[in-house]
Design a protein around this ligand. Structure first.
Ligand code: ATP
Ligand code: MG
Length: 493
């Protein structure tokens, strides 16, 4: 039934407004009715006093009957009431009715019942006045306002009582007017409320509808749609978060696209040369005496491919988070020594003599030694790769309070300030022209991921033409006791 939030809000708000108006109307009506009855009682009592005074004078002096009758007919007509004079025995001696019926003064007007006398006449004969709303002990069929006051005869003798009765329904005109006013005010207020509610509800639902459309666009890969920030409220914040989300998704999509393009590119050149040389050997274009040369090129290319695939697998594992670090305590100095020895030949060939400075003999750290070895290999490989013949490479470790600092610096080509922020990105290579011989640009991305998995970070500082320094930290560990083997293993958090 209520398919839109707008219609639901409108109906709920309208129901609330109606109920509120209804309750308020009933309360106002009752207050108004009670007030009217009270004021009528006061007015009737004043009239009763006037009649009682004229009646008393007439009874005492047998004069002023005309005044009394005139007063009676004016009072009864004005207030549509009925007036009795009841004597001390409970007999109704006189009755004045509104309209043409006028004043009746006969013996047969009736007597108040014992009950009526006891409840209504006796107090007045005792000198009290009273007013009430009711049916006068069943005498009247409708609710009636009755007021009564004593009539004095001569000096202080109470001759009887004046009763003035007025049916409550005679006041209905006043209530109906009240109803009309209340109804009119309620309709006006409800209409105004509906307009305001509609505007407010629309200001909520319109941005939501736009977000809905934008979400569908994003689902279809269209990330450019921007939402307008409507204000500082929750909806405005939601629109802003939505835009940030769209930007992030766009970035991720672009990264994915460029990743696929990069991978294809990196795969293409080795595959092309492998295919070309193999084809040449098969169809005899390459002479048999040259086969060995080309086979070694093919071997190099397959090694490159293997390295690329291994690195891609590593990266995808890091990103999926479905791998665990094999945490052990090991001597980092020892690991560095082993890695450097592995690269000694290459460095020697380039006329580079490594300078190693260990501030302490041992440097125990907590980490995954295989992965840290991967970090060192990548950094040392870069240093050798990007340092010209006769350059220098310096490796340095230092124990601080709870960390071990490692730095690997070279006197090589250096990296420009413009390239520096991107070198940890996947496939980023500064020297794009000669890249295919030097690497794939994944090494530093892997280094960064491994250190992040360890809860550590890596910094780089470089000056074009003057060299580069990479520095990272690891958690320091105590030297393990003899029998304590490398067995501290924990899952990556
Ligand atoms: P891979 O490591 O995958 O074989 P790569 O060495 O080119 O390839 P990274 O190790 O990620 O890739 O390095 C990214 C880029 O940063 C390099 O291509 C190089 O331009 C620059 N770079 C990294 N280390 C150095 C360094 N020590 N001196 C100068 N430039 C460097
Ligand atoms: Mg590298």
């Amino acid at each position: 039934m209520f398919r839109t939030v707008l219609s639901r809000l409108m109906v709920i708000f309208l129901a609330v407004v109606m109920v509120a108006m209804g309750v308020q109307g009933i309360m106002l009506y009752n207050v108004y009715k009670n007030d009217t009855i009270l004021r009528t009682q006061q007015y009737l009592m004043e009239e009763a006093h006037g009649i009682a005074e004229l009646m008393g004078r007439f009874l005492t002096t047998q004069q002023g009957k005309l005044d009394l009758y005139t007063y009676l007919s004016v009072t009864t007509r004005k207030s549509q009431s009925r007036v009795w004079f009841v004597n001390a025995d409970g007999k109704i001696n006189l009755e004045a009715l509104p309209g043409n019926q006028g004043v009746q003064e006969v013996a047969s007007l009736g007597v108040l019942s014992d009950e009526e006398q006891e409840h209504y006449l006796a107090p007045v004969l005792a000198g009290k006045e009273f007013s009430m709303v009711g049916n006068f002990r069943g005498r009247f069929t409708d609710d009636t306002i009755t007021v009564a006051c004593p009539v004095y005869y001569g000096r202080g003798v109470i001759a009887g009582a004046v009763f003035v009765h007025c049916q409550v329904k005679e006041l209905d005109g006043a209530y109906n007017n009240a109803w009309k006013i209340i109804l009119l005010a309620s309709t006006f207020a409800a209409t105004l409320a509906m307009i305001l509610i509609y505007m407010t509800a629309r200001s909520i639902t319109q941005p939501l509808a736009e977000m809905n459309l934008a979400a569908r666009d994003i689902a279809k890969g269209r990330f450019n749609r921007k939402l307008e920030r409507t204000g500082p409220d929750e909806l405005g914040q939601l629109a802003e978060s939505f835009n940030i989300m769209a930007d992030e998704l766009k970035k991720q999509e672009q990264t994915r696209i460029s990743f696929v393009a990069n991978v294809s590119h990196e795969l293409k050149s080795p595959m092309t040369s492998i295919q070309g040389f193999a084809q040449g050997m098969v169809d005899g274009t390459i002479k048999p005496e040259e086969h060995e040369k080309y086979l070694s090129i093919i071997l190099d290319e397959t090694r490159r491919l293997n390295k690329l695939i291994r690195e891609l697998l590593d990266l995808s594992q890091f990103e999926n988070g479905n791998f665990s670090l094999n945490m052990t305590t090991f001597d980092l100095n020892e690991l560095i020594r082993r890695v450097v020895i592995r690269y000694l030949d290459r460095m020697e060939a380039q006329g580079i003599e490594p300078e190693i400075e260990f501030r302490q003999d041992y440097c125990y750290v907590l980490g995954d030694s295989d992965r840290i070895e991967q970090v060192l290999v990548n950094l040392l490989d870069n240093a050798i790769k990007f340092t010209p013949e006769g350059g220098q490479i310096r490796i340095w470790t230092h124990n601080s309070q709870d960390k071990v600092l490692v730095s690997i610096s070279d006197s090589g080509a250096g990296i420009s300030e413009a390239d520096l922020p991107f070198i940890f990105d996947r496939f980023y290579k500064v020297d794009k022209a000669h890249t295919d011989k030097k690497g794939t640009g994944l090494g530093l991305a892997i280094v960064k991921s491994i250190l992040e998995q360890h809860g550590e970070s890596i910094q780089v500082s470089s000056k074009l033409g003057a060299g580069t320094t990479f520095a990272f930290t690891l958690k320091r560990a105590e030297k393990p006791s003899r029998d304590e083997s490398k067995k501290i293993s924990s899952k990556n958090e």
